[in-house]
Design a protein around this ligand. Structure first.
Ligand code: SAM
Ligand code: SF4
Length: 329
């Protein structure tokens, strides 16, 4: 097991497949100037599959989520999914993506064994999309979403971040659209993980703001704390259900006490938390000839050192050096 000193057990592995991306969301990356990892620094497909195998067979991981950067930019993605689907016990597998290119790959990914997708989309307005992502790709995302639904990658979840002065008025509209399309919408509070270190607590759109805005159009009933479990989204039934909306309040209502995550960066570092300032190098162990048992021991040791919480709302909070795109969101 991946146990820490607070008694938490990590069963949910996030694997970043690349730090690169074809969008430049303002809350994530600058327009230019980010240093990408060089190819030799990235884990190879074989190394990724080996680490997932160790996580699943030796360390009790049951859920694997592929992310990035933009994971659809990784040429070997479908093969990685297919090989992980053959592991015993078979992990549940999902993908977090901006949806660009999903139109072409959704069916193959489903076929390879992917169970679910989360597609990030912050706005229904192509111009606002372009302002927020600095790219004209709104239509590609909508097509990617539809393809995921068609391929049966269900439930298709949509992640939205609200930014002041950009899309902060759009919450009810986004929810109406998601209900119509049959997508499960989740709002994520903007976190201090942008490469530019431009996040400000003041002015950020909080879970409270989002719920207030949604309640101007919908009746929301909490699904209940006990059902929240370790899932970071607090969920509400919309107009009595069965459809729901989620809010991930990482800043104003952190869920660290119930966290069940462990993370692997694209260059093979274990991170115990999105906000960790320390990493443990598994790539070095792999390339130095370590056995599975030795790799598993290093991973366990890293998780044992997991901190109690991220403390974003604490004045002493220090933003990690690596941005979200390099950690794997
Ligand atoms: N490129 C893929 C995508 O956008 O879905 C996967 C990686 S992205 C880093 C994963 C998720 O993190 C996305 O839903 C994105 O909106 C979210 N994200 C990125 N930067 C964020 C920030 N500073 N605060 C909150 N969420 C953020
Ligand atoms: Fe790319 Fe995802 Fe970051 Fe947007 S949030 S820049 S899509 S990695």
């Amino acid at each position: 097991m991946l146990l820490d000193t607070y008694g938490r057990v990590a069963t949910d592995l996030r694997v970043s497949l690349t730090d690169r991306c074809n969008l430049r969301c303002t809350y994530c990356m600058p327009e230019e100037g980010l240093q990408w990892l060089a190819k030799p620094e990235l884990l190879t497909d074989d190394e990724i599959v080996r680490l997932v195998r160790i996580a699943v067979t030796d360390l009790g991981v049951t859920e694997v989520r592929f992310t990035g950067g933009e994971p659809l930019l990784r040429p070997g993605l479908t093969g990685i999914v297919a090989r992980c689907a053959e592991l015993e016990p078979r992990p549940r597998m999902s993908l977090t993506t901006n949806g660009i290119g999903l139109e072409r790959t959704a069916a193959a990914l489903r076929e390879a064994g992917l169970d679910r997708v989360n597609v990030s989309l912050d706005t229904l307005d192509p111009e606002t999309f372009q302002r927020m992502t600095r790219r004209k790709r709104h239509a590609d995302v909508l097509r990617g979403l539809a393809a995921a639904r068609e391929a049966g990658l269900a439930p298709v979840k949509v992640n939205a971040v609200l930014m002041p002065g950009m899309n902060d008025q759009e919450a009810p509209e986004l929810l109406e659209w998601a209900l119509e399309e049959g997508y499960e919408l989740r709002f994520i509070e903007q976190m201090p993980l942008d490469a530019q270190h431009g996040w400000q607590r003041e002015g950020m759109i909080t879970a409270g703001d989002i719920l207030e805005s949604l309640r101007t159009r919908f009746a929301l009933t909490p699904e209940g704390q006990e059902e929240r479990g370790s899932a970071p989204a607090e969920r509400w039934l919309v107009d009595g259900g069965p459809q729901r909306v989620g809010v991930i309040a990482s800043v104003t209502r952190p869920f660290c006490r119930a966290c069940d995550r462990t993370r692997l960066t694209a260059d093979g570092q274990v991170r115990t938390c999105l906000f960790a300032t320390e990493e443990s190098d598994l790539r070095g162990a792999l390339r130095g000839g370590a056995s599975d048992a030795q790799v598993a021991a290093s991973w366990r040791k890293a998780m044992w050192g997991k901190k109690a919480g991220a403390g974003i709302d604490d004045p002493s909070f220090v933003q990690p050096q690596r941005p979200m795109s390099a950690i794997g969101g």
